[in-house]
Design a protein around this ligand. Structure first.
Ligand code: UDX
Length: 464
């Protein structure tokens, strides 16, 4: 098949690469020339500056010029194409709705080119990014308004998680394809014929609206599940003496029906999808007068979770943040990524600065550079108080307290670094329960405050 992928972000680039690997002729289109130059260069560092996914550079290097092409000229690549995948950003508006400015602009541009093409073979326009229910229908209208002939529209949402996107794209657990006509289903079956050669896959053919809804329900359910653990399980561990959250989790998830994923209590879930998608679904449901209490609760629990350890430090550990130096470890929204989108560290750092800390010493194994962009002093003058370090040890040195805000594996060894670097009473706020031997630290008179546990003070009412 001849495939065009419009938009070379994380979804588009991974999809284009994996489709080319499965033998399709793929043209990745973008209007950002710098990005295209980086991808065409085959240089790992340049490619990973934009999209850093294990395995991706290898495919791009191998397929470029054979099955994978990068272009900024839609007209020249359009003739003879069977499928156009739209993989464009849909950032949230302040009211929670999805901003479709990029989508609409791209659809208009594609419609003009499609209307002018000489060959009139069937072409299917497929939404791959998460878009509000009804967007495929909206794309159909744009195409009709431009008098595009012989086309179909479809929704085929992406379910990739960052860090494992290539593996998941090669062997998806499901493919949801929503279309209106058998000929369009047939074209998409041919696109995916190589992908479905493994037994686990669920290939779902449905309406475009259902496919769009599948993505929203999946993502909001995942976030709700995390919020359930953070809002219920973690709270039991924090308020009932002798309720151990780790054992509680093991006991509950021993039931095959209850997933282990999501049961790891945290200072909130972040990333490019969860917050944006739940806000958008709330907006979509409110528009049709449906009560959104449940979704609002999951959203609120998640947002509160991001900062509440800082509040607990004040109320439970009697910690005074004013003029203190605080180490913040783990800046990206999760391990193995430099992605800062909706990272819990943003709320943590804002809340620490709001409490008048003198300095924040920050460290992330991958995200220091992207964090510098996120925390640019041009956005907030207080961000000048953030210093970045190359190791956790350097960040911890000469601080009064520490906040662990992501699940990087190396943080599991922090207790030794802490003991060697800072003296008790020193406050450790563990947003991810990353320090397995915390009891040793408590014994040595460090203050330990973790999501899911009661505060473990070295000395009651000690004024830090
Ligand atoms: C998510 C969905 O998993 C994916 O299906 C969807 O397409 C996009 O959004 P991703 O954003 O890459 O993928 O991150 P994911 O690994 O799901 O983690 C999201 C957040 O939840 C992270 O901040 C993570 O640390 C947090 N999390 C995850 C928890 O707090 N506890 C857990 O048990 C699991």
């Amino acid at each position: 098949m001849k495939i065009i992928v419009v938009g070379t972000g994380y979804v588009g680039l991974v999809h284009a690469a994996v489709c080319s690997e499965y033998g399709h002729e793929v043209y990745a289109y973008d209007n950002d020339l710098k990005k295209l130059e980086a991808f065409s260069s085959g240089d790992a560092e340049k490619i990973e500056y934009y999209v850093n996914e294990p395995g991706l550079v290898g495919i791009i290097k191998e397929m470029s010029g054979k099955y994978l092409f990068f272009s900024s000229d839609l007209e020249s690549i359009f003739e003879g194409c069977d499928v156009v995948f739209l993989c464009l950003p849909t950032p949230p508006n302040p009211n929670g709705s999805s901003n479709l400015v990029f989508y609409n602009a791209a659809a208009e541009q594609i419609a003009e080119v499609a209307a002018a093409r000489k060959d009139k073979r069937r072409v299917v326009f497929v939404n791959k990014s998460t878009v509000p229910i009804g967007t495929a229908r909206h794309i159909e209208k744009i195409m009709k308004d431009h008098e595009v002939e012989n086309f179909g529209v479809a929704s085929n949402p992406e379910f990739l998680a960052e860090g494992t996107a290539v593996t998941q794209a090669r062997k998806p657990d499901r493919l949801a394809v929503g279309a209106d006509h058998e000929e369009d289903f047939k074209i998409l079956r041919r696109v995916y014929s190589q992908f479905v050669h493994h037994v686990r896959i669920k290939y779902i053919e449905t309406t475009p609206e259902t496919a769009e809804a599948i993505k929203y329900v999946a993502n909001t359910m995942l976030l709700t599940y995390i919020s359930f653990w953070n809002g219920v399980g973690a709270k039991l561990g924090e308020t009932c003496s002798n309720v151990n959250i780790d054992d509680l989790r093991l006991g509950v998830t021993a039931d095959d029906r209850i997933s282990t994923w999501g049961s790891f209590v945290s200072n909130g879930a972040g990333g490019s999808c969860f917050g944006k998608d739940i806000a958008s679904l709330i907006y979509q449901l409110r528009k049709v007068n449906v009560s959104t209490k449940m979704l609002e609760a999951s959203y609120e629990v998640n947002e509160y979770q991001k900062i509440y350890l800082v509040e607990r430090a004040v109320t439970e550990s009697n910690f005074k943040f004013n003029n203190k130096s605080i180490a913040v470890l783990g800046l990206a929204f999760k391990k193995h990524t430099n992605d800062m989108r909706d990272a819990s560290s943003i709320k943590v750092i804002e809340s620490l600065l709001g409490k008048g800390v003198a300095k924040i010493k920050a460290y992330d194994p991958l995200a220091n550079e992207s964090a510098k962009v996120e925390f640019s002093p041009s956005k907030n003058i207080l961000f000048e108080k953030i210093e970045y370090y190359d190791t956790a040890r350097e960040a911890i040195e000469d601080t009064d307290a520490l906040f662990v805000s992501s699940d990087c594996e190396e943080f599991r060894g922090l207790s030794r670094t802490i003991e060697e670097t800072v003296q008790p009473p020193y406050l450790i706020m563990d947003g991810r329960r990353m320090i397995p031997d915390y009891l040793d630290l408590v014994e040595k008179k460090y203050n330990y405050l973790a999501v899911g546990s009661m505060s473990m003070p070295c000395q009651k009412n000690h004024d830090l």
